[in-house]
Design a protein around this ligand. Structure first.
Ligand code: MG
Length: 333
């Protein structure tokens, strides 16, 4: 028996009847020979961790645009926090932790530069619209080159449905969708306090009494509540009291931080950058890197320009904008 076969046997013995065992995966678009050490979901996690778009998350905005401070979250640290919360949920509920981790690490790979403001702008500009979850799937299926990352069906389903109206098909995917919200609401509070956008006393007291006074307490309350409410069920649930408090906290964050006036000015600049780049490359598709020129031939110019922009990091977008639209000094020889 290989190590992988032993791991598969353990999964069958210990995991919840509602978990996905790696031996039961619906498989990959392009079948590959099994590995003797790792299960299929462990391989997917590794494929994601080693891909180029994963490394780019380091320079993509979470909420604070191109943060100068060393302690603000980026898309990469957000992704790691989501993975941590999701794995705790999965392990506590005897679900497949490897599948959960793979989905969590891949869920935001398609995020645009400048966070959700970049996403909204691309959605406006592209005739077919744009959503980061669908783009994350396109990233792992197409944009990583060749046959893409050729991930299993369950990981791709979890990535596509981590946000949006359709729920993920697996409980592991549902854990990631919950973990995503838990992570971002809480770390965005922490970052907003750090930035001085929010003051501690402004946080709604009634909600804090239910969820906890500190960042750690709040995450702990939310995780424990989900574990308690979901044990033995074929679903991932939250109690009504905690769900309501969490929804109110989310509304508070939208009002106070995500859509507040102070961000508007900077966001308008980001929208301008995205829009200028979009129109420029629509007119000059040949100036994009070769891989996007090839996409333009295959899937049309607009698709290629959208992909190119979505793949950019904040700093790459700003640098490109500067090169194209800002005058540079005459070189002195
Ligand atoms: Mg996310």
């Amino acid at each position: 028996m290989t190590i992988r076969e032993e791991l598969e046997r353990r999964e069958k013995t210990y995991l919840s009847p509602f978990a996905v065992c790696s031996a039961d995966t619906k498989g990959r678009a392009y079948p590959i020979a099994p590995d003797d050490l790792r299960t299929e979901f462990q391989r997917d996690r590794d494929r994601i961790l080693h891909c180029k778009s994963f490394r780019r998350l380091k320079f993509k905005t979470q909420v604070f645009i191109s943060p100068e401070g060393d302690h603000f979250r980026t898309r990469l640290t957000h992704t790691l926090e989501v993975a941590q919360v999701a794995r705790t949920l999965a392990r506590s509920l005897n679900l497949n932790e490897d599948l959960t981790e793979a989905i969590a690490l891949g869920h935001d790979l398609g995020h645009t530069p400048f966070g959700h403001c970049g996403e909204r702008m691309l959605d406006k500009l592209a005739a077919d619209g744009f959503a980061h979850n669908a783009q994350s799937l396109r990233m792992v299926e197409v944009l990583e080159g060749g046959e893409g990352l050729n991930l299993t069906w369950e990981v791709r389903d979890g990535i596509l449905h981590h946000s949006g109206k359709v729920q993920p098909a697996t409980l592991e995917g549902k854990c990631v969708a919950r973990a995503d919200r838990i992570a971002y609401i809480n770390h965005d509070i922490d970052d907003a306090l750090r930035a001085g956008v929010l003051k501690e006393f402004e946080l709604p007291g009634e909600i804090l009494r239910i969820l906890g006074e500190t960042h750690g307490q709040r995450i702990d309350t939310l995780i424990r509540d989900i574990v308690r409410e979901s044990e033995g069920k074929n679903d991932i649930c939250m109690s009504e009291v905690v769900q309501n408090a969490f929804d109110e906290l989310r509304n508070f964050m939208f009002e106070k931080v995500y859509f507040d006036g102070w961000r508007k000015k900077e966001e308008e600049k980001c929208e301008y950058v995205i829009s200028m780049l979009f129109h420029y490359f629509m007119e000059h598709p040949g100036e994009m890197p070769l891989e996007y020129v090839q996409i333009a031939y295959r899937d049309g110019t607009e698709r290629a320009v959208t992909d190119f922009l979505a793949c950019m990091t904040d700093r790459y977008a700003l640098r490109t904008f500067q090169q194209l639209f800002a005058p540079s000094a005459f070189p002195v020889i």
